[in-house]
Write a protein that binds this ligand. Structure first.
Ligand SMILES: [Zn+2]
Length: 91
């Protein structure tokens, strides 16, 4: 049985811990501008999909991917596609 899509969507606050581990700070209050439509949201307000292999944060206006996080044994890979989001610090 499949779950309705709405039940799989969280907000960016749900991934605050994962973001904090990568950036070393609370990222939920950082503004993210969608590279596709220009909509601006706090990262904590973005649409969060955590049921996939990794975490995907999408724009609330057009659902374009703004940020992707994939964890692997050697650390996290962060793909920042939105504007205004700083790249993760080098480790
Ligand atoms: Zn957008």
């Amino acid at each position: 049985m499949t779950e309705p899509i709405d039940e799989l969507v969280l907000d960016g606050n749900a991934v605050a811990g994962a973001l904090s581990e990568i950036y070393g700070d609370d990222m939920t209050t950082v503004l993210a501008e969608c590279a596709s439509c220009g909509n601006t949201d706090y990262i904590g307000e973005l649409l969060a999909f955590v049921q996939a292999p990794g975490i995907v944060l999408r724009c609330t206006a057009c659902t374009t991917v703004v940020l992707r996080i994939v964890q692997h044994p050697r650390g996290a890979r962060v793909d920042v596609q939105g504007k205004r989001i700083p790249p993760p610090p080098k480790t």
